[in-house]
Write a protein that binds this ligand. Structure first.
Ligand code: ATP
Ligand code: MG
Length: 322
């Protein structure tokens, strides 16, 4: 369904846009129907930039993103695209205009996509969609955003996606601001939608969450893929030192931070930095025709050689010169 191929994003930053910042570089992966793919990486690794490119909120600088083989930038009719692909973001408040009632998001959809549907039928559809996200229509309809909780607003946005019957949802850190029980509700809801065939690009910096929800995992580092593959393989048999250090840095339940300070390593010994390690996968990665820079270490499990996954070659050179 969705396919990213060699996708890059360069932002112009600095005074007068005089400096180029490569936020994403040569990223390629797919999201199939009814599949949850999580995009994991530290803050600033380029996750949201990828989500925004998929949502056409920002243009790609290189490479292509296709939906069913069609370059999304060539789909002139944006409405047609957003009928199939929608996003839900971390901060639901920013998606609502505080001076309008929150259910205006549904009215706008009706205006744009379902002008022919009668008022009574539409009301029924909205109520069904709200119930499917476990919201009580009587409790949320007619309220202003400030009268609703973050979790309720987020579920209203998911209800909007349900109403549109989209095929792909970009969920960017959607549960970070929810409490534990609402989180489980939203996760179960995503599981239901997935069972109905929805593909989900699940952006998170929370590894345990990624492990919990996704079929496949893409680990990003500095805008490049360090490792990707079926979630049980990436989490159960991580190959890249970066993935290993991320996994080792997850605090464990029943352990106090004072007992075992988290230092990014599994056993407390200083782990070598990825770029200092010998390039175990370099040759295989260089020889890869389908996924340049990535070596396939098991079925569908790809790892970048430490050189490839680190800084882009030109940035590396700059660092070396410095
Ligand atoms: N509009 C923009 N203009 C310039 N630089 C940007 C812009 N948006 C993002 N960046 C830069 O691109 C890089 C990647 O940012 P991005 O928001 O994609 O990271 P992220 O992985 O989503 O991080 P986080 O986990 O903190 O949300 C960062 O260095 C960021 O400063
Ligand atoms: Mg982000």
């Amino acid at each position: 369904m969705l396919k990213l191929d060699g996708v890059s994003k360069v932002y112009r930053v600095g005074a007068f846009g005089g400096r180029a910042l490569t936020a994403v570089s040569g990223v390629g992966f797919e999201v199939g129907e009814g599949e949850v793919v999580s995009l994991i990486g530290e803050s600033g690794s380029g996750k949201s930039t990828i989500g925004r490119m998929v949502l056409r909120l920002t243009q790609v600088s290189g490479g292509t993103i296709t939906l069913d083989g069609r370059d999304i930038s060539s789909i002139r009719d944006r409405k047609e695209y957003y009928r199939q692909v929608q996003g839900v973001f971390q901060d639901p408040f920013s998606c609502f205009n505080p001076i309008f009632r929150a259910d205006r998001v549904f009215a706008l959809i009706k205006e744009q996509y379902f002008p022919g549907v009668g008022a009574r039928e539409w009301r029924g559809r909205v109520e069904d969609a709200l119930e499917s996200v476990r919201l009580d229509p009587g409790n949320v309809l007619g309220k202003y955003p400030h009268q609703l909780s973050g979790g309720q607003l987020q579920r209203m946005l998911i209800a909007r996606a349900v109403l549109l019957d989209i095929r792909l949802l970009v969920a960017d850190e959607i549960i970070s601001m929810l409490d534990a029980s609402t989180r489980i509700d939203v996760l179960n809801l995503l599981a239901d939608l997935r069972a109905r065939g929805l593909g989900i690009l699940f952006v998170t910096h929370d590894l345990s969450l990624g492990n919990y929800v996704s079929d496949r995992t893409v680990v990003l580092r500095d805008g490049r893929i360090a490792e990707m593959g079926p979630t049980p393989l990436v989490f159960g048999d991580p190959r890249h030192p970066y993935t290993r250090s991320l996994l080792a840095a997850v605090p464990r339940l029943h352990t106090k931070w004072t007992d075992a300070p988290v230092d990014g390593t599994a056993d407390g010994t200083a782990e070598e930095r990825a770029e200092d390690l010998p390039c175990a996968y370099h040759e295989a990665a260089q020889g890869s025709r389908t996924r340049p820079g990535l070596a396939e270490v098991a079925d569908g499990h790809f790892v970048a050689c430490s050189g490839c996954a680190g800084a882009a070659p030109e940035e590396k050179k700059m660092k070396e010169r410095a």
